[in-house]
Design a protein around this ligand. Structure first.
Ligand code: GLN
Length: 209
């Protein structure tokens, strides 16, 4: 079983841990560098991206997480987690910095005040079967996608139709929405699969073992 960490500073940590366990991973909370060192992948939950950034620094995790992402650690970011994984952010505070890794520009709180939170069904590339029921809570959207990143889903209907809300670049996956709250674990299963593939591809991996 791949060992996947959930950054446990703010947000739906318990729900992500449960969804990962039910998707075939060993899931562990990550609050310190020694815990980060043991994981094969990392989930960054939603919350408030500037608060998570401050907590990452307070827990001496900002640079270590950034370093592991640079080395190719697979990561999945939901909502604020997507913002933290984006290389560029607009619509927030000017001094906001991110971990980066995804060649995208995200717009914070993009869907506007009237529609602070909403739900819709999405077709997500790489997820078969029924559309994914997506819950958005003061969510960002992806405003620009660099050449390295792949669009997995866009909103299909309403005022926000066409807005990009799920992307992937190599081992990094991000969604504007919160799959941990719906009981549908297909996004988590996709991430567990991404982590498995990265382990299989790692140098020194023994295919028989
Ligand atoms: N609005 C938050 C931010 O900008 C994200 C909201 C969420 O993660 N649910 O960081």
């Amino acid at each position: 079983r791949p060992r996947i960490g959930v950054l446990a500073l703010q947000g739906d940590v318990r729900e992500h841990l449960a969804a990962l366990e039910e998707s075939g991973a060993e899931a562990v909370p990550v609050r310190r560098e020694s815990e980060l060192a043991t994981v094969d992948g990392l989930v960054i939950p939603g919350g408030e991206s500037t608060t998570i950034e401050k907590l990452l620094r307070a827990f001496d995790l900002f640079e270590p997480v950034r370093e592991r992402l640079r080395e190719g650690l697979p990561a999945y970011g939901s909502c604020a987690g997507m913002i933290l994984l984006a290389d560029r952010v607009v619509g927030g505070t000017s001094d906001q910095t991110t971990l980066g890794g995804l060649d995208i520009t995200v717009r914070r709180n993009a869907f506007g005040r009237q529609v602070d939170s909403f739900e819709t069904d999405l077709d997500v590339a790489g997820i078969d079967g029924e559309p994914v029921h997506a819950v958005f809570i003061r969510a960002p959207w992806v405003e620009e996608v660099g050449s390295g990143a792949q669009v997995l889903a866009a909103v299909g209907e309403g005022a926000a139709a066409g807005r990009i809300v799920a992307v992937r670049q190599g081992g990094i996956l991000a969604t504007s929405f919160h799959p941990e709250v719906t009981g549908d674990h297909r996004v988590h299963r996709l991430f567990v699969q991404i982590v498995r593939e990265s382990l299989d591809a790692a140098p020194g991996h023994d295919a028989e073992g």
